[in-house]
Design a protein around this ligand. Sequence first.
Ligand SMILES: Cc1cc2nc3c(=O)[nH]c(=O)nc-3n(C[C@H](O)[C@H](O)[C@H](O)COP(=O)(O)OP(=O)(O)OC[C@H]3O[C@@H](n4cnc5c(N)ncnc54)[C@H](O)[C@@H]3O)c2cc1C
Length: 493
Amino acid sequence: MVIVGGGTAGSVVASRLSADPGLRVCLIEGGPSDVGDQRILRLRNWLNLLETGFDYDYPIVEQPRGNSHVRHSRARVLGGCSSHNTMISFLPPAEDFTDWVTAGAAGWSYDEMMPYWKRLAINISPVAERDRNPLTADFVAACHAALGVPVHEDFNAGPFVDGTGFFPVGYHPETGIRSSASVAYLHPHLGRPNLTIRTETWAYHLDPERGVTVRDDEGDKLIRARREYVLCAGAIDTPRLLLLSGIGPAADLERLGIPVRQDLPGVGEHLLDHPESLILWEASRPIPPMSAMDSDAGLFVRRDPAATRPDLMFHLYQIPFTVNTERLGYDVPAHGFGMTPNVPRPRSVGRLTLAGADPALKPLLDFRYFTDPGGYDERTIVDGLRLAREVAATEPFASWIAREIAPGPRLHTDEELSAYGRAVHHTVFHPAGTCRMGAPDDPGTVVDPELRLAGFPNVRIADASIFPTMTSVNPMVAVLMIGERAADLIGRG
Ligand SMILES: Cc1cc2nc3c(=O)[nH]c(=O)nc-3n(C[C@H](O)[C@H](O)[C@H](O)COP(=O)(O)OP(=O)(O)OC[C@H]3O[C@@H](n4cnc5c(N)ncnc54)[C@H](O)[C@@H]3O)c2cc1C
């Protein structure tokens, strides 16, 4: 069994499959090991890992209505993005899985997925008391007072509903160490004789009949699976690998001079993400230091009371994110914090293509942020900026605020807030959907509900690229559940 990508889902698949001593598992990971590396393991260090050697760091193409300066961080280390993310860990609402079934993913309903949630090996707990910052606690109280939303001690205690509270986080509060997919699924099993982990080994071509071609510091090698290949390189690198292998939209491949092995129009299409904007405040006093990872609480609201799921989400960051506001000339405060409205179920859909046939070229990511014809995504951000101002005007949060830096009190109209919100928007780093799972007779389907790649019975995909629709919450738990289910499906043969 050959698994490409030792990331969030790949670590789960490798761990579960290698529990069977009769299976030989080779895990190919492009980045280094995280074992013993405190830079990776200490959850709160996550921000220092972005745009370093641990990050593939993908730019995006010019956006007609969004921020073209957004960079997409993707971890280059064992454990993948679960080794450099914030480990916010929500079980998605039941209706998210209903959407998946409606989109053709038969067998992926909430009830059918619950066993995988229950067996997750990562340690998830609400932000610990000792990590709770008074600023963040006052934010939670103000959300409740201003908007009447419930306060959740543990968002995962029951089926997901809107509200505010400290987040459930995958970490070990007593040490501050992340409970990444690598820590939870691989570290305990590194001694298994049937599990080979090849780090610093990058796959760039797959021939399902001959093997996967990888590059390490000794050069190129072909690695052949007796049974199956499982692609777990993530929502950017899995479609990239397929396209480099001649599996994708034939016209695009021909234009780049890549021999077409299989015309599969869905590869790289349906690029989804959670865009988020920012309202930035200067603090009236220094912010106390305690925190799990500086984004410990948030708010989910339903603007549509008839809806069953939240349609607007916010993180509270207790540190100032000024990279996009500074570019527009806004002040950078010594002490600042912000709320980030984001679009839980965005309607804008983008596309990933190759820049050329050279495997080393970074792919072209066109998210087409805020281009949905009805303007739903843009409206969500505008509503979010307004709601954030309501929370900011409410005690006990209000007295933490010296002034609103951005968008600033001069911007009020929908047009002004939309232009600002789109100019400074960032990403919550949730690309998904580029190898969509669906019904076998749907021309946009890349993998069937058994995760098999169309046309190739010995190749499966298990990572965020298979999302049929975006999860309303941060997606990592759904990715881990995909890994668990993939191992089950493969185990059944
Ligand atoms: C900064 C940041 C913060 C985030 N915070 C959260 C959060 O708090 N909560 C949440 O739910 N989600 C969060 N996310 C999103 C979440 O982490 C990802 O959606 C999820 O981890 C993706 O898992 P994956 O298995 O699809 O891909 P990844 O975890 O990215 O795994 C892909 C793996 O494949 C390897 N790889 C890639 N290409 C190749 C190749 N060609 N050959 C060999 N190996 C290869 C990579 O090195 C990587 O290890 C965050 C993401 C980022 C970047």
